[in-house]
Write a protein that binds this ligand. Sequence first.
Ligand code: 4AD
Ligand code: MG
Length: 442
Amino acid sequence: MAKEFWIGDIKSGSYDGEEVELKGWIHRTRGSNKIRFVVVRDSTGTVQCVAKRDSLSEQDFQRISEALIESSVVVRGIVQATDREHGHEIQVTHATVIGPVNPERPFPITESAMVEADGGETEFLLDNRHLYLRTGRMTTMLKIRSSVFGAIHSYFRDRDFIEYQAPNFVSGAVEGGSTLFEVPYFGRKAYLTQSWQLYAEAAMPALERLYTMAPSFRAEKSRTRRHLTEFWHAEMEIAWASNDDVMEHGEGVVRHIANTILEDRESELENLGRDLETIGRFADSDYPRMRYDEAVETLQSKGVEIEWGQDLDYSKEKILTEDFEVPHFLTHYPRIAKPFYHRPDPDDPKYVLCHDLLAPEGYGEIIGGGERTWSEDEILERIGEEDTPTEPYEFYIDIRRYGGVPHGGFGLGVDRVCTWLAGAEHIREAIPFPRDSRRVTP
Ligand code: 4AD
Ligand code: MG
């Protein structure tokens, strides 16, 4: 049953005039009782198959004529180059329907169903997400997403980072209690992790350069264009590193991702209407850096109400990105705006040595990272400021008791990067089964 021929390979022309066997799904079908035009899709593309009544057995012709959209089929025929829009056709000699579709339950995602949904298209497609995955736009997104994952792995592995896994059940917050998912844990409470970071820092003295790609969880109650409750988090941690060193890697990995999809996914980007030159700019440029104070001044000069010390929410990030054509870093946030693990700036401890990377075109934060508080005294002071119990963090403090060193890292929201690079409107377009406060099915 192994498949030997892929529809996408037809374009090369090297199969012209040859007999091939296609395995795929019916994308469209029309015709008469003499000739049927069946467009077959596989994961690599579509091709029109022309089935003439007198070129195949009566039974084959009947079955392929009656087969509905999304029936799976095996079709044999001769590849023929044409000067029509689709370039190549198959002149069918044999056709077998493998998995038929029941006429009482035709494939639900149709243009008329979308019209009927009348404004409720989004929910309709989310309800049918398991079927929506096989449509062109989603397939294209999933291919881009795969290349983004591959690029992140290759960036870190090529630089001798070790891939390392942290637990998903944890006993304390990393990014603040308001977005913690609580799970019953044998009579106690546990939480789903918001970030691998604290456990990565534990391995930092062992591995020195480490990274991961794993799900992180945030109980985000509001549904926004940028938040999921379960998202894919690419994180790195590096010993003997400053905030600047960590930023170099953030810039490096994002440029490498942009380069990779330009090389591997040109046609997919074009399908999505993404301008390749724009992606080229993300791949080649240096990313400017701006301190938090400067960002506040910029915002105030644009008439935005903001006080020094406030964190920058999405509405403010969006305005800041208007001035840049490439991603830019914001650094040195006020200490009071950031979690305890951020290291106070020795030159001015009102600030911490941290960074966010904001994607242009209004997309906003894709990376958050910085240098870590690495001495025992400083970490106790920082945890004390937050008024949180130290018990869940005992192990974290302990790391500092045995040969602390300067170190840092970042977390990159992979789904956000996919959304931005694909030019999508909403983060749920970039992940197969998006999770938010209202939806865990399908
Ligand atoms: O800025 P965040 O909260 O930083 C951390 O979690 C650090 N502990 C990471 C580290 O230093 N190892 O999250 C990092 C990134 C954000 O910049 C964003 O891209 C993404 O994770 N992110 C989300 N993506 C989708 N949905 C959400 N709810 C997200 N929350 C954060
Ligand atoms: Mg952040």
